[in-house]
Design a binder for this molecule. Structure first.
Ligand code: FES
Length: 152
């Protein structure tokens, strides 16, 4: 049975009809075709699905879409300002913060939250905050450099 859901995604108001058991990740990817948010493990272990709900980072694979009623959801697609990339996106390019790129949207969403929440004062603090975002290519050092660069 479908249920109504009203929320804002990347600044756009949405009136949706969804299955109550659908996750925010599947809603974004399958119903709204916002495929920038990635599905890695689908059970909270990899961070590839990281988005912001009312500015807080969450694993969208662990979030039931129904719980986001009246919330503001931001995905990687909503980070740039038109054609102008977000400073964190620029920094990932400048510092080679990715190789295959699969984890990158989640890394960037966490990185933005890392600075916003005040956990970017040292490489150690950043590493701790970013520890839920796995990169199989091992780009960690460059990701930390990118965050330090935006922070300064
Ligand atoms: Fe959500 Fe891995 S897909 S944490």
């Amino acid at each position: 049975e479908q249920m109504p859901l009203r929320l804002t995604i990347n600044g756009k108001a949405q009136q949706l009809s969804i299955e109550p058991r659908v996750t925010l990740l599947d809603l974004l990817r399958e119903q709204l075709h916002l495929t920038g948010t990635k599905k890695g493990c689908d059970h909270g272990q990899c961070g590839a699905c990281t988005v912001h709900i009312d500015g807080q980072r969450v694993n969208s694979c662990l979030t039931l879409a129904m719980t986001t009623e009246d919330c503001n959801v931001t995905t990687i697609e909503g980070l740039a300002d038109g054609d102008k990339l977000h400073p964190m996106q620029e920094a990932f390019i400048k510092h080679d913060g990715f190789q295959c790129g699969y984890c990158t949207p989640g890394q960037i969403m966490s990185a933005v939250a890392c600075i916003r929440e005040g956990h970017a004062d040292s490489p150690e603090e950043i590493r701790e905050y970013m520890s839920g975002n796995i990169c199989r290519c091992g780009a960690y050092a460059n990701i930390i450099d990118a965050i330090m660069d935006v922070k300064k």
